[in-house]
Design a protein around this ligand. Structure first.
Ligand SMILES: Nc1ncnc2c1ncn2[C@@H]1O[C@H](COP(=O)(O)OP(=O)(O)OP(=O)(O)O)[C@@H](O)[C@H]1O
Ligand SMILES: [Mg+2]
Length: 277
């Protein structure tokens, strides 16, 4: 039996005044699956991620997150649902006045405030925080402030904060934007590792085609503690779990595998494919 969907959009449209930010969006995401979202500035990518966790209110259509409806809930009702998803914001979104450790701890305290978790003692907060920071290889920055670390490190802290609660779904908004290619690849390797270690579902907005290639063509091998190409190991099953989506003016104008995207002849879709120099 296939896994139950983690996230489901059905005919979702969303309007800001006269602008349709989303139009008739439909897709399903299951555990371990990845959707890589490309599209021009203003095509609705961030709005789609926000709508998924009820941070943007849809005009029509249905969204189900963890099997529960998002669209007809008020803020209070959304809170517990939202806290089960991880979100890496487009601009990083770290709190400047909190240390790295406090930033990563934040979602855990937030979850506790909802009252349905066991009381968090010092021991069981610090451990997940340290573990999440170890995961992104930044354990030593625990007591530093965001202004004291590099842009790439801040992105990694953002990832640590998004995954500290071990969410079944992680939404990444442009996690590699503005980073040099090497740092960007490091970030993507962490995102693939997070997906493969925990079989979490990921929705990734990016402008870099290479980010999609990494998600589609590599998986994390715990034996070597690194990424290995999907093809060489013949794990066809893993390979088919990444799909590319291209958005244009609020619509999904392409949905398919990496080879399907590369075979697509539409001039708009082609803009997002990396062409060898
Ligand atoms: N809070 C808002 N109020 C009004 N209009 C908005 C709001 N948020 C987004 N929009 C509009 O909705 C459309 C989609 O915006 P969105 O931020 O989703 O684009 P995007 O694809 O994430 O772009 P970028 O690549 O620049 O991040 C745009 O026309 C934008 O101006
Ligand atoms: Mg955006």
């Amino acid at each position: 039996m296939p896994d139950q969907p983690i996230l489901k959009f059905c005919q979702v449209s969303l309007r800001f005044g006269d602008t349709w930010a989303l139009r008739d969006i439909c897709f399903t995401l299951r555990p371990g699956e990845t959707r890589v979202i490309f599209g021009a500035a203003g095509s609705g990518k961030t709005t789609l991620l926000k709508a998924a966790i009820g941070l943007a209110t849809v005009s029509s259509g249905k969204i189900e997150l963890f099997g529960e409806s998002v669209v007809d809930r008020n803020e209070t009702e959304l809170f517990p649902l939202r806290s089960r998803a991880g979100f890496v914001f487009q601009e990083g979104g770290l709190f400047d006045s909190l240390s790295v450790g406090e930033n990563v701890e934040y979602p855990l305290l937030n979850r506790q405030m909802m009252g349905n978790q066991a009381a968090l003692t010092e021991a069981n907060v610090v451990n997940p925080v340290r573990e999440a920071l170890r995961f992104v290889e930044l354990e030593k920055t625990f007591d530093k402030f965001p202004s004291e670390i590099s842009g790439g490190m801040r992105r990694r802290v953002g990832i640590a904060r998004a995954i500290v609660t071990e969410p079944p779904l992680v939404l990444y908004d442009s996690p590699t934007a503005g980073l040099d290619p090497i740092t960007a690849n490091t970030i993507m390797a962490l995102i693939a590792k997070e997906r493969d270690v925990r079989n979490s579902a990921s929705l990734i907005v990016t402008h870099r085609y290479q980010d999609g290639e990494i998600m589609a063509d590599f998986f994390y091998d715990p034996e070597i503690e690194g990424l290995v190409p999907v093809v060489e190991t013949g794990t066809e099953q893993k390979k088919t779990r990444t799909r590319f989506m291209v958005m244009k003016e609020g619509r999904i104008v392409f949905f398919g595998t990496r080879p399907e995207m590369e075979a697509n002849q539409d001039s708009y879709v082609k803009r997002f494919i990396r062409h060898e120099e």
